[in-house]
Write a protein that binds this ligand. Sequence first.
Ligand code: C5P
Length: 314
Amino acid sequence: MNLKVRLLLASLFVTGTCVLLMRHTPDNCLFPSEKPCSCEKVLPVVNKWSMPQFNKSVEPFLSAEHKLSEEAFSWWQHLQLEKRDFSTYIKTVEKLFQIFPSHNADLLEPSPDHYRRCAVVGNSGNLKGSRYGPLIDNHDIIARMNSGPTEGFEADVGTRTTHRIVYPESALDCDNTTHFVLVPFKIQDLEWLMKAFTTGFSGRSYMPVKSQIKANKDLVMVLNPAFMWYVHDMWLEKKGRYPSTGFMALVVALHICDEVHVFGYGADHDGNWSHYWEKLQNKNLKTGVHPGTQEYDIIQELAKQQKLKFYTGL
Ligand code: C5P
């Protein structure tokens, strides 16, 4: 048998095996629950980068090398009424990377050798009684937001957290293996980060902030203000004042993960973003400054287009 024929037979065998595997994927399961074999990388995945709202070149996280545009800064500085100027921002970021690592080596682009399944877990009350815990725990990356607890809610939300996404007013201590991911809304948030991991922060914000944070300094990451702008501009078409932490986390996941599984998103029947661990106190908050309805509609649309899997809870 000459080489050409052998190659043809081998490729027919691989294709046949893949077709068989695809046939045996249960209909109600968009993504396989185990890590995929190399065959699954040839599944007819629609190229997400071809969608108009995706821009691969916007970096999700800040690094020492990243140069924020003045245009992005001027959008960002209005979010929480930042009064200081662009050069103060630049100097602050320079100081930041004298304390924290500037690389995100483990979060580079997905590659065939590094298949990444991500669970993005919002704080919706629809997680209550969902029993999603084991499903959530079976991911490579498990991102949780703000104060969303696991203790006492393991059956519904799981136990593992690889990334905790917070802003200073919602921050909490993390264990040594969890990435502490800051979403900064003002220059003071970057200053807070440096102080909270070193000498302690004594300033004020619109809510009390923790003076010290216990978490692994080497795993700290900071969301890029340019990415926040991109989510507002491209994904939400400028709806709302700015995107919710959860929606930004979801778009980050779409950028860096091969599979995105979404849990804990969705308002209650009155349109409030209630939480799975507490009784809602203020029924007038709705979804705050964030365009909750648009965010939810986009998640549903992405699920329909099989760009992510959306678990809608109870
Ligand atoms: O309420 P909190 O901001 O801590 O929740 C984290 C994220 O989860 C929100 O930013 C939002 O995107 C999402 N969320 C939701 N529906 C809820 C509560 C939260 O979609 N009922």
